[in-house]
Design a protein around this ligand. Structure first.
Ligand code: KG4
Ligand code: ZN
Length: 330
């Protein structure tokens, strides 16, 4: 069972091939369009869709070449159908459906968040030990901040999610405010590490309380950082403010995770999504299983993994061709 997986949910065009029988990743290709978006300070959905249209056939061809396969060797196609930018998703799902239809192979829609959620298992494809279930799982990306209790593959309960901005969005928006280019998260991480000694000179920033103790909120923090910056927009202030802001973003994630661990007593903690690359988060949650850095960002290997796990657990049910591709997911 060799599955081609595609993800075009945001500004990365990704294609991956997994062999679900031998449990090996045969190809894992990503073309990022983030550089092109930097001029605009964020993702321009129309430009992202056009970039996917151009890149997708090339990225798929490269994945097939890496795997040493022809299209006819594929047994199934799995494609991210949401959440994400609608135009961008439409490019990937239409391409995937057309290819599956042409090859006469099954098509399967995969939820992007499920991809991130199970991405800490990607290490197992390379021989690492899989974190045992049940998990407390934190999915932190540019679009999502969600906390789950996962009993086993496919059996999850969402404990909480952001009520306004996602953690990655907080990194990006606060970073933009302080002059970092898009996507600001990695730059804020680097700058905060270099200026960690100045953190104590920064303002005391709020860690939001929410009605559901497992929810997240970042809009108040954004306003507090803006006010502190407008009072004193100097380089010296920036050196204190950036690590203080990062600490506040991360402290809220750690707070919710610790509460969930206390309540649910999981066997493992897993952290995934773009913000799982953050060095301060990794330092404060050292016991967690994280995907490799390249699999924290958007990729198709995690979509291939979900399809392979579905195949293994007997839940890989091909979607009918007339299915509304945006109907799945929560
Ligand atoms: O998972 P991802 O690639 O795309 C979405 O599905 O959103 O996550 C991208 C997000 C961006 O907000 C980016 O700034 C953030 O992850 N990010 C980071 C770091 N690396 C990426 N945030 C904080 N520290 C990092 N090192
Ligand atoms: Zn993502």
């Amino acid at each position: 069972m060799r599955i081609l997986a595609l993800d075009t949910s945001c500004d990365e065009t990704a294609a991956s091939i997994v062999d679900a029988a031998s449990w090996r990743l045969l190809a894992d290709e990503v073309a990022s369009h983030a550089d092109r978006m930097a001029d605009f300070g964020g993702v321009v959905p129309e430009l992202a869709s056009r970039a996917h249209l151009i890149a997708l056939p090339l990225v798929v061809a490269r994945a097939l070449e890496k795997a040493g396969m022809q299209p006819a060797d594929l047994d199934a196609i799995a494609v991210t159908n949401g959440p994400g930018l609608v135009g961008a998703l439409l490019v990937g799902t239409s391409y995937g459906k057309a290819l599956a239809l042409r090859l006469g192979k099954p098509f399967r829609a995969v939820d992007h968040i499920e991809g991130h959620l199970y991405s800490p298992l990607l290490g197992a494809l390379e021989g690492a030990a899989a974190p045992p279930f049940p998990w407390v799982a934190l999915v932190v990306s540019g679009g999502h901040t969600e906390l789950y209790y996962v009993e086993s593959f496919g059996k999850k309960t969402r404990l909480g999610s952001t009520i306004d901005d996602a953690a990655g969005e907080a990194f990006d928006k606060i970073g933009k405010l302080l002059g970092f280019p898009y996507p600001a998260g990695p730059e804020v991480d680097r700058y905060a590490r270099e200026n960690e000694a100045s953190r104590s000179l920064g303002p005391k920033l709020p860690v939001a309380r929410t009605a559901n103790p497992f929810d997240f909120s970042y809009s108040g923090l954004k306003t507090a950082v803006l006010q502190a910056w407008l009072q004193d927009p100097t380089e010296e202030k920036k050196r204190a403010l950036v690590p203080a802001a990062q600490e506040a973003i991360v402290a809220q994630l750690v707070d919710r995770v610790r509460r969930a661990q206390q309540q649910y007593k999981p066997a493992s903690l897993v952290v995934a999504g773009g913000v799982a690359a953050n060095s301060r988060l990794r330092a404060l949650l050292p016991e967690a299983t994280y995907p490799r850095l390249r699999h924290c960002a958007d990729n198709a290997a995690m979509i291939a993994l979900v399809a392979a796990l579905e195949h293994r657990s007997g839940t890989f049910t091909p979607d009918p061709w007339d299915k509304d591709v945006f109907a799945r997911g929560d």
